[in-house]
Ligand binder design. Structure first.
Ligand code: GCU
Length: 593
C-alpha cells in the first residue's frame, strides 16, 4: 500500500495543475452546498479587476479587504453590499440589472473543517458567461461558456474554519464568444446553477460510463476511472436488478474497462426504465439511476431499440415558467416537461445550449428523449481558432456531463449557421469530436433551407454527409410566404436519411383572437401549425419535429409594444402558463402518430 501511495502522491502532484476536472455525477458525491444568499457588487468598468491603466490589479476586489485603520481607503465592501439568491440570474433579481451586460462580483462566506485524506473541489453547474474564482483571496481558476459545469481543486486554498469565495462574472457579448454577439434569447448573467463544495478521497472515481454498446441490447459496457493513474485500486460496479456485482482492479492508467452480458428492460418513452447503479471505490460509493436504450437510423427511419420512432417533439428554452429568468429547480423542469407530455411529446429539443442537469434527468424519468446542443448559433467567428477551442470545450463538457443519460439521443453542434468554407471546417471539427467522444448517439445540427425554385424548398448542406439526421428550421408562413403556401409547397431533401424539422412556428399573443389572416392572433398561429404539419407529413422521410417553441420567452430582439414587449411570442404556452389554440393543433397531430 505504501508503494501505491508514494506513486500516487508523485502522480497527484503532477496532476495538481488540472484547473477543472469534470466530476461525473456530482450530485451523488459528498457535497456542501454554497447555494443561498451571496453579496454582490455591480462593477460596469471592472474597477475591481483592472487599474486605471487597464492593467490587472494585484489587490483587486478578490482580496475582500476591509478598512481597519482610520486612514485606510477601500472603495468597496462586500459585506455592506446588496445580496441576491444563488443560483439565479441577476437580471430578474435586481431591476437595475434587467438589461445589464458587464461584470458583477459575488462573495459567499462559509466555514469548513478540513478532513484528513480528503480533497475538496469547488463545483459550479454553470456561470454565464466568463468567470474568475478566488478562495480566500487566492485564485482557484477561470472558466468560459455559460451553460456547462466546471470545478476547481481548492484543497490547498481552504483555511480551517472561516473561508470566503469570490466570483467575478462577466456576461458581455463578444464577437469571438460562443454564442457570438447576437442571439434570440435573454442574456441572463450570473451564477445560474448550483454551487457546491465536493469532498472526495485523495484517490477517487472522477469518471465512469455504464451504457449499451452501439446497436446491442444485451451487453453492458463502460469504464470506471480514477482521478489519478494509480494501478491496483479496487473498484466495484453493482446493478442489483441485473444480478451484476463485480469488483475490478485498476490498470496503470487508473482505469477499468468492463463488458458483460445482461438481460435488461430497455428504456423508452413508453417505459422509461431506469436501474439503480452503484459505482464504488475504496472510500466512496456513487449511486446513479441509469437507463439502457439504442438509438440508430436506417435509411429514412429513426430506430429506438430497433423500432421506427417518430420524434414528437417541442423546442424548449431554459426560461422559468411564471417568474421568468433561468430555470433553477427540478420543480420548474417538471412544469415545462409536464406541458411537453400534455402535448403528447416523446422528445424535447433543449435549445440552444446545454440545459441544467436537473432538466435532462427529469426528462429521462418522464420518458422524453432529448436533443442537446451547444450555442454555435448564427454568425459564430468560424475563422477564429480560440472560438473553435471554446466551442470544442463546451461540447466536451456537455457530452461528459450527460454521457450516462440514456434520454439524450441527439448531440447537435450548430443552429442556423451561414454557409462558408470556414464554417464547414469549424463544424467538421466538432462533428469529428462527437464521433470520437460518443458513437452511441445521433449527430445532427439545425440547418436552413438552402434554395427555392419551382415552388420547391431545397435543403442541401455540406454537413448533410456528416450528420445522422437532416434537421432544419423553416418558417414558411411567418418569415417567408403565407400559411396558405404550405398547401402546395414541395420539398427537395436529397439524402437517404431521416429528416427532422427542428423549428417552425409563428408568434401569437395569448388571448388575442381574430381572423386566421390576422398576424399575432392565436388563430393565425393555429392555422400555420395545421398547414405546416400537413405539408411535412406529405414528404417522404419526415421523422419528427420540435416546433418553435413550448413557452414564450424573453428576447432583446422582440420590441413590438403590447404584443412582444421583449418576449418572443412563438410559444404554445404563454409565460403565465396559459395554453394557446395551436397547443391543441400540435397535440391532435401527435395523437395521430
Ligand atoms: C430561429 C432561431 C431561434 C429563434 C427563432 C425565431 O430559427 O433558431 O433561436 O428564436 O428562429 O425567430 O423565433
Amino acid at each position: 500500500m505504501k508503494k501505491i501511495m508514494l506513486l500516487f502522491l508523485g502522480v497527484l502532484f503532477f496532476r495538481e495543475g488540472f484547473s477543472h476536472p469534470l466530476l461525473q455525477n456530482v450530485y451523488a458525491r459528498q457535497t456542501v452546498t454554497l447555494n443561498g444568499t451571496w453579496n454582490y457588487i455591480v462593477d460596469p468598468f471592472d474597477t475591481g479587476y483592472f487599474d486605471y491603466r487597464q492593467q490587472p490589479l494585484k489587490d483587486g476586489f478578490f482580496l475582500n479587504r476591509k478598512a481597519v485603520n482610520p486612514g485606510d481607503r477601500f472603495e468597496y465592501d462586500f459585506d455592506r453590499s446588496a445580496t441576491m439568491t444563488i443560483p439565479g440570474d441577476w437580471n430578474t433579481q435586481d431591476e437595475r440589472l434587467f438589461f445589464y451586460e458587464g461584470t458583477v462580483w459575488f462573495k459567499k462566506d462559509f466555514s469548513y473543517t478540513a478532513k484528513p485524506g480528503k480533497r475538496v473541489f469547488l463545483n459550479f453547474g454553470a456561470v454565464n458567461y466568463t468567470c474568475n474564482v478566488w478562495v480566500n483571496g487566492k485564485e482557484a481558476g477561470s472558466h468560459e461558456g455559460g451553460f456547462t459545469p466546471f470545478s476547481f481543486d481548492v484543497t490547498a486554498l481552504l483555511e480551517e474554519g472561516e473561508n470566503f469565495v469570490i466570483v467575478r462574472v462577466n456576461n458581455q457579448r463578444r464577437a469571438e464568444n460562443v454564442p457570438t454577439l447576437h442571439f434570440d434569447w435573454w442574456n441572463y448573467g450570473g451564477i445560474t446553477r448550483d454551487v457546491m463544495l465536493v469532498e472526495t478521497p485523495e484517490v477517487f472515481i472522477d469518471d465512469y460510463l455504464v451504457q449499451l454498446p452501439k446497436g446491442m441490447t444485451d451487453v453492458v459496457e463502460g469504464h470506471i476511472r480514477l482521478n489519478s493513474p494509480v494501478a491496483g485500486v479496487s473498484v466495484g460496479l453493482q446493478i442489483p436488478e441485473l444480478g451484476i456485482d463485480r469488483q475490478f482492479v485498476t490498470d496503470e492508467q487508473g482505469e477499468v474497462h468492463f463488458r458483460m452480458g445482461a438481460r435488461l428492460e430497455l428504456w423508452s418513452p413508453a417505459s422509461p426504465r431506469l436501474y439503480d447503479v452503484t459505482v464504488s471505490g475504496p472510500e466512496e460509493t456513487l449511486y446513479d439511476r441509469i437507463g439502457f436504450r439504442n438509438i440508430t437510423t436506417e435509411g429514412k427511419s429513426i430506430l429506438l431499440n430497433g423500432q421506427p420512432v417518430f420524434l414528437k417533439g417541442i423546442s424548449i428554452h431554459e426560461e422559468a415558467p411564471f417568474r421568468q429568468g433561468r430555470v433553477i429547480s427540478r420543480e420548474e423542469c417538471r412544469i415545462l416537461l409536464g406541458w411537453a407530455k400534455e402535448l403528447g411529446c416523446n422528445f424535447v429539443r433543449l435549445a440552444h445550449y446545454p440545459h441544467n442537469e436537473h432538466m435532462v434527468r427529469t426528462a429521462e424519468e418522464m420518458g422524453l428523449m432529448v436533443w442537446s446542443e451547444i450555442p454555435v448559433y448564427w454568425t459564430i467567428r468560424f475563422d477564429n481558432p480560440p472560438t473553435l477551442q471554446n466551442a470544442s470545450a463546451q461540447l466536451r463538457e456537455m457530452m461528459e456531463r450527460d454521457k450516462n443519460r440514456c434520454a439524450v439521443v441527439v448531440w447537435s453542434v450548430a443552429n442556423e449557421t451561414p454557409h462558408s468554407p470556414a464554417r464547414d471546417v469549424f463544424l467538421e471539427n466538432l462533428a469529428r469530436q462527437v464521433r470520437q467522444q460518443d458513437d452511441t448517439r445521433l449527430l445532427s445540427m439545425a440547418m436552413e433551407v438552402s434554395g427555392f425554385s419551382d415552388n420547391t424548398n431545397k435543403v442541401e448542406d455540406y454537413m448533410s454527409r456528416l450528420v445522422d439526421i437532416i434537421s432544419f428550421n423553416h418558417y414558411l408562413g411567418w418569415y417567408v410566404g403565407t400559411p396558405q403556401d404550405c398547401k402546395t409547397r414541395q420539398w427537395y431533401i436529397p439524402y437517404d436519411k431521416p429528416f427532422f424539422v427542428s423549428e417552425f412556428g409563428a408568434g401569437a399573443l395569448q388571448g388575442y383572437h381574430g381572423d386566421p389572416a390576422q398576424r399575432w392572433t392565436e388563430e393565425y398561429q393555429a392555422e400555420l401549425y395545421r398547414n405546416t404539419l400537413e405539408m411535412f407529413d406529405r414528404v417522404d422521410g419526415f421523422a419528427g419535429t420540435s416546433p418553435w417553441i413550448l413557452m414564450d420567452f424573453r428576447s432583446p430582439r422582440r420590441q413590438l409594444p403590447y404584443i412582444q414587449d421583449f418576449f418572443n411570442r412563438k410559444g404554445l404556452v404563454s409565460e403565465k402558463g396559459v395554453k394557446k389554440a395551436a397547443f391543441y393543433v400540435l397535440k391532435d397531430f401527435y395523437d395521430t402518430k
